[in-house]
Design a binder for this molecule. Structure first.
Ligand SMILES: Nc1ncnc2c1ncn2[C@@H]1O[C@H](COP(=O)(O)OP(=O)(O)OP(=O)(O)O)[C@@H](O)[C@H]1O
Ligand code: SF4
Ligand SMILES: [Mg+2]
Length: 347
């Protein structure tokens, strides 16, 4: 495959297997299965899916924190497995809990300056100036430099964590569930802040969340993950209409509290065919036999045998209630599903 140097980060047919459990009871889990993604400069790719679908694993692969079991990860066209020194400061992450990024014993000014000190960028006076400027950019008063993380609100702490991530002017930033622990009004402020900072500074971003509405709002393109696979990859604007993949459709329904389209409860993943088959309300016989590959349907990739089936896809079908959903009509609308388990090998 040819490498596109227009991408900041590129995942090329990447799979990741974790091996866990004690020696006498080893279990392997395919957390990521044959994923190919690209993020260009100034672009945000959203990654959405339920808990355990592999989102953080993709983030960690993109940052070079872990190596893929198969496939390649490239930063600016170069394999991420080498050149650790040159890429320092170019890749950053902001995580769900600021406490994971901020040392509780360090004042916020020192936390934000720390990446510059580690990389030996500038003298201490330059660093102090850069920290004050960066805190201003994320909407914090200069006096925050003197405070400890526990003296700030959750939203302010997340702003400090963002300032710390951006102080080295990275080329690529992973935002992993950064608004999940915040209340709704603060969530909106942080989402707007991320959008503004990206427009001003031009970094590429991977925005990870289990909430489709947040992902759609900040991202140019959205990848929907289920059980380690990308099942739909669409421009954000295309996800305001009915999605082609039933899993995406269920996320859409959950994001507006619509109880008319739900998946069945989680089970073990099937050994063959589409991984969603046991939960999919529109599955047909072929689904349990043939694994659906991503293919272009209505202008974007979808992995579903029925994605272009007129009985299912399209706005008229979107309004229809699939038969199995009618039986489950009394279930709560929330899209809260138990994590799935995999005993299956990587496809
Ligand atoms: N270090 C690890 N060792 C073993 N298994 C792991 C490890 N990290 C993740 N997993 C497993 O890999 C799968 C994907 O996990 P991952 O954390 O990437 O999902 P996620 O989509 O980020 O979930 P969440 O929304 O809960 O953060 C899960 O089955 C998880 O249990
Ligand atoms: S391939 Fe079949 S089981 Fe899988 S999402 Fe499509 S309809 Fe559902
Ligand atoms: Mg995660």
């Amino acid at each position: 495959m040819t490498t596109s140097v227009t991408s900041v980060i590129e995942l090329d047919d990447v799979s990741l297997r974790y091996v866990r459990g004690p020696m006498w009871q080893r279990e392997s889990v395919w957390a990521v299965r044959r994923v190919s993604l690209q993020v260009g400069p100034g672009q945000t790719l959203g990654l959405v899916g339920e808990s355990g679908s592999g989102k953080t694993s993709i983030g960690r692969l993109s940052l070079g924190i872990i190596s893929p079991t198969a496939g390649r990860v490239r930063l600016l066209g170069r394999d991420l497995s080498g050149g650790a020194r040159e890429r320092r400061g170019q890749l950053q992450v902001v995580r769900q809990h600021p406490a994971w990024s901020l040392n509780p014993r360090l004042r916020c000014g020192s936390s934000v300056a720390e990446p510059l000190a580690i990389l030996r960028i500038g003298r201490s006076t330059d660093r102090r100036k850069a920290v004050t400027e960066m805190l201003g950019l994320v909407g914090l008063d200069p006096e925050v430099v003197q405070r400890f993380p526990h003296e700030l609100s959750g939203g302010q702490r997340q702003r400090v964590a963002i300032a710390r991530a951006l102080i080295t002017s990275p080329r690529f930033v992973v935002f992993d569930e950064v608004v999940s622990a915040l209340d709704v009004s603060v969530q909106a402020q942080i989402l707007n802040l991320i959008k503004r900072l990206q427009q001003e500074r031009g970094f590429a971003a991977l925005f990870i969340s289990h909430e489709l509405a947040a992902v759609r709002y900040v991202s140019h393109e959205v990848a929907v993950m289920y059980a380690g696979e990308i099942v739909e990859l669409a421009q954000s604007r295309d996800l305001y209409g009915p999605a082609r993949h039933p899993y995406t459709r269920a996320l859409q329904a959950a994001s507006i509290g619509d109880p008319t389209f739900q998946l069945r409860d989680a089970t073990d993943l099937p050994a063959a065919g589409c991984l969603l088959t046991p939960r999919c309300p529109i599955a047909v016989a072929a689904c349990s036999e043939l694994h659906p590959e991503l293919r272009n349907v209505a202008g974007h990739p979808v992995a579903c045998h029925r994605a272009d089936d007129p009985k299912w896809s399209g706005s008229a079908a979107a309004a229809a209630t699939p038969p199995s959903v009618a039986r489950d009509g009394d279930r709560p609308a929330a899209f809260a599903l138990a994590p799935t388990r995999s005993a299956r090998g990587c496809p």
